[in-house]
Design a protein around this ligand. Structure first.
Ligand code: 3DU
Length: 221
């Protein structure tokens, strides 16, 4: 599980080398509870770059590979991610129980958290039609939590009301995609995931401070 302090997760979608990435992350490290990396960064700096980054920055690293393959491939990827030092992975619910059960169990044995994506910040209409099914699927599998969009607060409220307090809800779509900082957490999420608003800001630290402030004291949600 991600340890909560500020409630902010940085979506670190950048094209920078490891050195620049470490410098940036060190400058806002106290403001973020976790760093989310994904395909873009893996393709930019490669697995060794990811390994070096994780070794250099003392943070929870969440791999957003949105895993949605057959069971054994999901399993291979989770094992490789673990070797790189990844603490948690995001998986697509849509791949279904049969393709999720073994990978989730293997992740648990390795100490890697699984967060199940059950709704998208834009589109994802098939997900939203089967929300109840996917919530129960995740609970049955024993995932650590769910990815639910800041752009759909009613979905966050619905998921929270079903899962209770035991599961962590991570919410992307804050800032650049329209979600107002603080409002996803006010709707029941545990963490807000923010990328471009911080990364592209002229003053990333100041922007992150303002987001953390809004998370602590949300208004106009
Ligand atoms: O829009 P931003 O720059 O704050 O980035 C959002 C991040 O969250 C990005 O890494 C994307 O892959 C992820 N995400 C969504 O944007 C929407 C989802 O439904 C799930 C994940």
């Amino acid at each position: 599980m991600i340890r909560k302090s500020t409630g902010l997760i940085l979506a670190f979608d950048v094209e920078w080398d490891v050195k620049r990435s470490v410098t940036f992350l060190s400058s806002i490290s106290d403001l973020v509870d976790a760093v989310k990396i994904g395909w873009y960064q893996l393709l930019n700096i490669g697995p060794q770059g990811i390994k070096e980054l994780i070794r250099s920055v003392n943070k929870y690293f969440l791999a957003d590979f949105k895993l949605g393959d057959v069971s054994h491939i999901n399993e291979y990827v989770i094992k490789k991610a673990h070797e790189l030092g990844i603490n948690g992975v995001i998986m697509h619910a849509v791949t279904g129980g049969e393709n999720l059960v073994t990978p989730v169990n293997i992740a648990r044995e390795l100490g890697v958290d699984v967060y199940l994506l059950i709704s998208m910040s834009s589109g994802g209409e098939l997900y939203d039609k089967s929300l109840d099914y996917n919530i129960l699927l995740g609970m049955d599998l024993g995932v650590s939590g769910f990815v639910v969009p800041a752009t759909k607060p009613s979905i966050i409220r619905q998921v929270r009301s079903v899962v209770g307090g035991k599961y962590q809800l991570l919410s992307p779509g804050v800032g650049a995609q329209g979600g107002k900082p603080g409002c996803a957490i006010a709707s029941g999420a545990d963490f807000e995931i923010v990328g471009r608003s911080i990364i592209n800001s002229e003053s990333p630290r100041e922007t992150a401070i303002n987001i953390v402030r809004a998370i602590k004291n949300p208004s106009d949600c």
